[in-house]
Ligand binder design. Structure first.
Ligand code: SF4
Length: 608
């Protein structure tokens, strides 16, 4: 190496180390950042599996009718005030014993990897990497789908049921009916029919079980991961903790730069939510970014490597068939999926069928050994309004339906990825086609973006589509941040993306008749009408921003009990005026009733 290049290289390493040090400091700040105001971590125990402790968020209220509300909590043990976290140790392994007790897994050494080069790593490796991994024993079936089909209720299933109920068990007979509750048996039933999945790699024992399906709460995914130009391991762990604090139900590590393996280890060991990946990204790194050089061998090794690290679901673009590629030629924006374009390039260079399709059965066999779920990728999704719902998109969806049946035949759990860029009037057709072609396997959609004219605001263009498709039946929404199409999202973009998508998911939950979602809305509206400002902030998706906006004009403590805000002012506050009308009407009713009693409580009065 030339002297100047060596010098530049060392300056680069020094700079990376500085970034890591700074990031570590920042991220530790976040882990100290416990619950939201007036919120506390509570735990609900299992009934079938007594040792289950399902973490929930209890928001304490000043409401005279309701002391508190229990909410679904994605933040893991990070928001427990008694917990002190160490990034270097990772999270407690809450599921390890459940897997071992089933007696169908073995602890074994990791598979030797030929293509992975760790020597050039520029970042610190996770210091507590386990030497052993879990794998199915003696070809036994170990997926949640297999157990469900064999009428076995697992701790994972009961955990999901408790989370979905959001503490409604104790309010049955009062606010809720028994049929509003999700039972472990219902979870089992939905998984057994392929209508829901529990992403649950046995090598990710740190993750808290959750369910994705159209008859459950709508979930949100946040994408994190470094690019070849920006970001370090600590930055990504920091983004993970930040994303789940705001409500992300799963995260996808979409790293494409160097050190993918190491960054993933840090993320998985510190993640209480399932982690998804797109393995073709790493496979491509292993062949120096040359798509034509990809081989089944390199890809297969990458699947095993990631399954043994603990990835819970894989995006696999097996539906991009050679014969569909010419259908994209007349598109305005061609193939916009990274994975889809890599596969298309490989197919054309070799003039061969997609190797993910031709090796699909073997992929299923690998995934079933660790219970990794499929997220069957939409490599031909439309990348513009012009290309929505075209032949190539729906041809691929048809193939995904065929692959779903093959995966189910091997007891591998499946969800289906969906578009993309779709105008509002074409969204419903996507949901209907997915349900008929893919037999109602959970749909996992990116947006869809409902217009292309708002770069910088694509979290909004896409949340409109996400709310609609969620209402129609989508199970999980992949968030879009304001930086979409423009750059790698930073921490603030992650928060804005997640909160925006929580709005879409919650709006869909309401439209789908979820009673818990309705209850939260009811309590917030009640707090607003009764001028309990603190309750209004604390029941919202982003209490800090709500309070901050209020305090920008009326910061004093007295304003927190005032019967107006600065928007309309005291004289024009319609809430205050309606409350006065209500009070006057109540007073009138009381007076009339007293008069009725004074006159002897007779229904008919004699004429004088
Ligand atoms: S002043 Fe206007 S915005 Fe503020 S609480 Fe009253 S009605 Fe609502």
């Amino acid at each position: 190496m030339h002297y100047n290049n060596i010098k530049r290289y060392y300056i680069y390493i020094k700079m990376l180390k500085k970034v890591e040090k700074k990031s570590l400091k920042d991220s530790r700040n976040i882990s100290n950042y416990k619950s939201f105001p007036k919120s506390e971590k509570i735990y609900i125990n299992g009934s079938i599996f007594k040792d289950l402790r399902v973490g929930m968020r209890q928001v304490n209220l000043e409401d005279k009718d309701f002391n508190s509300i229990t909410l679904y909590d994605t933040s893991g043990i990070y928001s427990d005030k008694n917990y002190i976290h160490s990034y270097d140790k990772g999270l407690p392994k809450i599921k390890l014993d459940w897997s071992k007790k089933r007696n169908d897994v073995i602890e074994t050494t990791k598979t030797k990897l030929k293509y992975l080069k760790l020597n050039n790593s520029k970042i610190k490796s996770f210091p507590n990497i386990s030497k052993k991994i879990l794998k199915n024993k003696d070809h036994k079936e170990i997926t949640q789908l297999y157990y469900a089909r064999n009428n076995i209720i697992t701790p994972e299933m009961e955990y999901c049921a408790i989370r979905e109920n959001e503490g409604r068990e104790k309010l049955v007979g009062n606010l809720f009916k028994k049929q509003d509750l999700v039972t472990p048996e219902y979870v089992r039933d939905q998984v057994s029919k392929g209508l829901a999945i529990i992403p649950n790699n046995i090598n990710h024992p740190e993750s808290e079980p959750m369910i994705i399906g159209k008859n459950f709460l709508v979930k949100v995914n946040a994408n994190i991961g470094n690019s070849s130009v920006l970001s370090s391991a600590y930055d990504e762990v920091e983004k993970l903790i930040w994303a789940i604090r705001w409500g992300s139900d799963t995260i996808m590590d979409l790293s494409t730069g160097e050190n993918i393996h190491e960054i993933r280890e840090w993320i998985i060991r510190n993640s209480p939510v399932p982690v998804g990946t797109v393995p073709i990204y790493q496979a491509l790194e292993k062949v120096n970014g040359v798509a034509e050089d990809l081989t089944w061998d390199v890809y297969k090794e990458t699947l095993i490597e990631q399954a043994e690290q603990g990835v819970d679901y894989f995006t696999i673009h097996a539906g991009v068939r050679l014969r569909y590629i010419p259908l994209t030629v007349d598109r305005l924006t061609g193939i916009v999926s990274r994975g889809g374009s890599i596969i298309a390039k490989w197919c054309l260079a070799h003039h061969k069928e997609n190797f993910l399709l031709t090796n699909f059965e073997e992929i299923c066999e690998i995934m079933s050994k660790y219970d990794v779920s499929f997220s069957l990728g939409d490599g031909l999704r439309p990348g513009s309004i012009h290309d929505a719902n075209d032949k190539s998109q729906f041809s691929e969806l048809e193939t995904l339906g065929e692959l779903t049946e093959i995966a189910w035949g091997k007891n591998v759990q499946v969800m289906i990825e969906g578009p993309g860029h779709v105008p509002m009037h074409k969204i419903k057709e996507n949901m209907e086609k997915e349900e008929s072609l893919c037999k109602s396997a959970p749909f996992y959609t990116l947006g869809p973006l409902t217009t292309d004219i708002a770069p910088g605001y694509d979290h909004i263009t896409s949340a409109i589509g996400a709310a609609m498709i969620g209402w129609y039946g989508t199970s999980m929404l992949c968030y879009v941040t304001p930086k979409e199409h423009l750059g790698l999202p930073d921490k603030e973009d992650v928060k804005v993306g997640v909160v925006t998508y929580k709005i879409a998911a919650h709006a869909a939950d309401l439209a789908r008749g979820n009673t818990g979602a309705y209850h939260r809305d009811y309590l917030l509206s009640k707090a607003r009408f009764e001028f309990r400002w603190r309750d209004q902030f604390n029941l919202s998706l982003d209490p800090e921003t709500a309070e901050n906006y209020h305090d920008q004009t009326l910061p004093s403590e007295g304003a927190k009990i005032a019967h107006f805000c600065s928007m309309c002012g005291p004289k024009f506050c319609s809430m205050k005026i309606s409350q006065e009308i209500k009070d006057t009407a109540e007073k009138g009713k009381r007076e009339m009733s007293e008069k009725f009693r004074e006159l002897g409580s007779n229904i008919y009065l004699k004429k004088d």
